[in-house]
Design a protein around this ligand. Structure first.
Ligand code: GLY
Length: 560
């Protein structure tokens, strides 16, 4: 692992705290949950003004681009799942795309080796951003309040500022200590002075405010054409990037049919490819449906073993089959979602010992684990589950000073080396190789579960490839074990992604006995302080119950 990457991971750990407890909050008229209390309040205020769930989600997402710049963004991309109060669902795909000039060997040297860090820390690592297009498209179709009204609060937050918090301050100090690696982040957290704004002070981002004003006034075209697009393309040219005005002009968000599954009496509605999240989560829920829970006690050793083995199988299929549907029309989605496949996969699980993941065919690339999720429900019971990202925390660390926002490094989510695969983490399979205008495969897993045909659970998380598993276990905790949303979020989680062949577990929450028993079954274990940062809502009997993961220090579930 490169020094830079390990420092970044250390930074992520600094931001993380172990999960202990979080309190759920209640509302009768709506609920917004995000990783920034300021952004959640922004969304709540939009609901109070008569906005619906889409208005609230769009306002919260723009606010997060100001208050949570490690992942909240207008320079990245993501996915939105929408379900109306009657259970009708749709999704919006605003994943970044490879630029027109991208090639499948663009990150390789003349010997065919991956140039270290090139697919994460260079202007070429930046994918064509999709966030503004996605928020605009979803709002045009389902929003109720005027676009200007839902964008304005973010402009106010950027221009007038908001209180600097400890997370942001720590990030600022980290970047300050790395001037060579992050030259463009050096004065990002200053108010045009030489000093980082102190915690408790007011941090202003007037350039971002100006860019957001153009987006407020011109909508989609405010970002993808004209002044902003010109500046963005000039920035790329100056820094060795390949995104051009043509790439921006061609970018469109896509409304896609959700992937839908069932778990007992519940309907699970999730994001289709280019997210791998929905298909993989439903396939694991299908495996769990085979279980007799009278004989498998929650979080016992056999339970953790079974869950890990289900993950192993679902993630192997994920790596083998999934990519951008527009470039992979023959992906076997129906086969992967079939309950008959789940039966077969479960039949192959040995309850006395760990299976070995076979790395001889292909492996998987590590993914960044900084992304953010927001869940919103309005008074009528409409729901939005939205996850978006810059890939790594603060993306590529590249910022256009005049535009005031950070660019993603999402090109790192493609398989960089055609045909070459290793057990330690590189994949070369075709569905996710780089091609011009292709969307890179994602693990983001925004989910809405319906009960009796109406939105019941809205949930999602950051966490790179761990996202699917943390969301999966939280959904299972609610549907199978009838946990309240706060308990479901805080309960011990594990992660297995087929390769590397090991279980990651929340070390403060798994008992030493379970650890030892799993090891003796042949599992390799790695402790981690936390998995995910879940933001969820349960809607039951006319009450919205929300909870923000305690691992998100600044997060809040805000109801009214
Ligand atoms: N960049 C993280 C993801 O899309 O899964």
């Amino acid at each position: 692992m490169s020094l830079r990457l390990s420092s970044l991971l250390l930074l992520l750990c600094l931001f993380s705290t172990a999960k202990f407890s979080t309190a759920q909050t209640y509302g009768r008229n709506g609920m917004v949950v995000s990783t920034s209390s300021v952004a959640s309040e922004t969304g709540r205020d939009i609901l109070k003004k008569g906005g619906n769930a889409v208005d609230g989600a769009v306002a919260t997402a723009f606010a997060l681009a100001v208050t949570h710049p490690s992942a909240g963004n207008i320079g990245g991309g993501g996915f939105l799942v929408y379900m109306d109060a009657n259970g009708e669902a749709t999704t919006f795909d605003f994943r970044e795309k490879a630029p027109l000039k991208a090639t499948n060997d663009m990150f390789l040297d003349e010997n065919g080796d991956l140039i270290e860090n090139s697919n994460h820390f260079s202007a070429k690592a930046i994918g064509v951003p999709g966030t503004v297009a996605g928020l605009y498209k979803a709002h045009s179709k389902y929003g109720k309040l005027p676009w200007k009204e839902v964008v304005q609060p973010a402009i106010d937050l950027a221009t007038n500022g908001f209180i600097m918090n400890w997370s942001l301050y720590n990030a600022a100090k980290y970047f300050e200590s790395k001037p060579t690696e992050y030259p463009m982040m050096q004065d990002f957290f200053n108010n045009h002075s030489n000093a980082i704004v102190e915690p408790g002070g007011v941090w202003r981002q007037p350039e971002l405010g100006k860019t957001l004003s153009i987006i407020r006034d011109k909508g989609h075209n405010g970002f993808y054409k004209g002044e902003v697009a010109k500046k963005l393309a000039a920035f790329m040219k100056e820094n060795g990037g390949i995104i051009t005005e043509k790439d921006l002009a061609k970018y469109e968000a896509i409304e896609r049919k959700p992937v839908v599954g069932t778990y007992k009496d519940y309907q699970i509605c999730a994001m289709p490819p280019p997210s791998s999240g929905g298909v993989t989560l439903i396939s694991m829920m299908n495996m769990m449906e085979q279980v007799n829970f009278d004989t498998l006690e929650f979080n016992s050793t056999p339970y953790v073993h079974f869950v890990a083995e289900s993950m192993r199988r679902a993630y192997a299929n994920r790596a083998k089959h999934l990519g951008d549907p527009d470039f992979n029309p023959d992906m076997p989605i129906d086969f992967l979602l079939d309950k008959a496949l789940a039966k077969e996969l479960v039949a192959d699980i040995d309850m006395t010992k760990a299976t070995k993941s076979d790395s001889s065919n292909f492996g998987q690339m590590p993914e960044g684990d900084n992304t953010t999720h927001l869940s919103v429900m309005d008074k009528d019971g409409n729901a939005v589950s939205l996850t978006y990202t810059l890939e790594y925390a603060y993306g590529s660390g590249m910022v256009d000073k005049e535009l005031g926002f950070i660019f993603n490094n999402e090109m790192g989510d493609f398989n960089p080396k055609p045909g070459v695969t290793t057990s330690t983490g590189q994949i070369g399979t075709k569905p996710n190789l780089i091609e011009p205008e292709k969307r890179m495969l994602s693990s983001m897993t925004p989910v809405i579960v319906a009960k009796d045909g109406k939105p019941y659970l809205v949930i999602g998380s950051p966490g790179g490839r761990t996202i699917i598993n943390t969301v999966f276990q939280t959904v299972l905790n609610v549907l199978e074990f009838e946990m309240e949303i706060d308990n479901a979020i805080e309960a011990m989680k594990i992660h297995h992604q087929w390769l590397p062949d090991r279980i990651m577990y929340e070390e403060l929450l798994m008992s030493p006995d379970t650890r030892e028993a799993l090891k003796s079954m042949g599992h390799d274990l790695r402790g981690i302080s936390r998995l995910g940062q879940l933001m969820g809502i349960i809607y039951e009997d006319g009450i919205f119950k929300g909870a923000s993961d305690s691992s998100s220090g600044e997060g809040a579930a805000v109801g009214y």
